[in-house]
Design a protein around this ligand. Structure first.
Ligand code: IPM
Ligand code: MG
Length: 357
């Protein structure tokens, strides 16, 4: 298989962790007889510094012409000035919109050996396995917004808008995922208050009833979901929700396994390349020190193999290698709980060894 991949190392620890994921992808290509070529491009704060634009047109074009995109992380204090002309996050929103990446998949699974790092009790989080599908190119992030004045006071507004087609496509994807898992789908909204959520609920109900009769669907209000995720996370299988609710709930859910450094995500469209990244940020405080945890990015590369290249065996091999390394007790500092730790490159090396074994 001939494959063209784009790497967007980005800012902070991004370059270090993407370098390890690249080594793993190269090893996969060799072991399974594929030809992967890599192109690196600028995105985020480094792109603002070099070009003034967090998503330069060359970067977007390269991503669109690729078979898959692996992103490290973007942002950092250097670009945090609220009065700045542009911000790294703008590049992230733009690449999602431009590439039509309407579905953000965030699998929340735990590593049994790391459960003591969770702020929750072991019996609550042990065996958690939830797949979030967050709508990513609509809702309040992209609705009409503006500023003005009312009764002499400054005013600002952002609107939450979804049309039926946007809801249908994400719900279809979520229900399809549920069919391959526990056949249970939880749709999260705020239908007791928001008109937009009432449409979301009606459309979800219709799609699941007509196209996925085997899937059990429940609707949960977003405030209640925030509680249930903490009190009984094991009750959930696949969760589908809009852009902002998904942003908030997936950060909450990322705390369940107790190891943010282990969680990957995928952003997919209806066709074309997907974008894969760790869910953690650019961790500027430890950037350049060679201590960052590359495992979430390596697991994101596994998702790329699975979802964009349809290389299931290869994806499973990478995930098994990561599990083996964790089971063997190797830890970067973020998950070492004060115990012995190894660096970014050493951890990459361990995964390569496990992959070859
Ligand atoms: C995320 C992030 C982004 C979002 C920010 C950085 C724009 O929080 O990917 O969850 O809100 O979508
Ligand atoms: Mg977020």
């Amino acid at each position: 298989m001939d494959v063209k991949l784009v790497l967007l190392p980005g800012d902070g620890i991004g370059p270090e962790i993407v370098a390890e994921a690249r080594r793993v992808l190269e090893a996969v290509a060799t072991r399974f007889g594929h030809a992967f070529t890599f192109e690196e491009h600028l995105m985020g704060g480094c792109a603002i510094d070099a070009t003034g634009d967090p998503l330069p047109p060359e970067t977007l074009a390269a991503c669109q012409a690729s078979d898959g995109v692996l992103l490290g992380a973007v942002g950092g204090p250097k670009w945090d000035d609220p009065t700045a002309k542009t911000r790294p996050e703008k590049g992230l929103l733009a690449i999602r919109k431009e590439m039509g990446l309407f579905a953000n998949l965030r699998p929340i699974t735990s590593f049994p050996e790391m459960l003591d790092a969770s702020p929750l009790k072991r019996e609550i989080v042990e065996g958690v396995d939830v797949l979030f599908l967050r709508e990513l190119t609509g809702g309040i992030y992209f609705g009409e917004s503006g500023t003005g004045e009312r009764d002499g006071h400054e005013l600002a507004y952002s609107t939450m808008v979804y049309d039926e087609s946007e809801i249908v496509r994400i719900v279809r994807l979520a229900a399809t995922a549920a069919m391959g898992r526990g056949k249970k789908l939880t749709s999260v909204d705020k239908a007791n208050v928001l008109e937009c959520s009432r449409l979301w609920r009606r459309v979800t109900e219709k799609v699941v009833k007509e196209e996925f009769p085997e899937v059990t669907l429940e609707h949960v209000l977003v405030d209640a979901m925030a509680m249930h995720l903490i009190s009984r996370p094991k009750d959930f299988d696949v969760v589908v929700t809009g852009n902002m609710f998904g942003d908030i709930l997936t950060d909450e859910a990322s705390m369940l396994p107790g190891s943010l450094g282990m969680l990957p995500s995928a952003s997919l469209g209806s066709s074309g390349p997907g974008l894969y990244e760790p869910i953690h940020g650019s961790a500027p405080d430890i950037a350049g020190k060679g201590v960052a945890n590359p495992l979430a990015t390596i697991l994101a590369a596994a998702m790329l193999l699975r979802h964009s290249l349809h290389l299931e065996e290869e994806a499973t091999a990478v995930e098994a290698a990561v599990r083996a390394v964790v089971a063997a007790g190797h830890r970067t500092a973020d998950v070492a709980a004060g115990g012995a730790s190894i660096g970014t490159a050493e951890m990459g090396e361990k995964v390569l060894e496990a992959l070859a074994a």
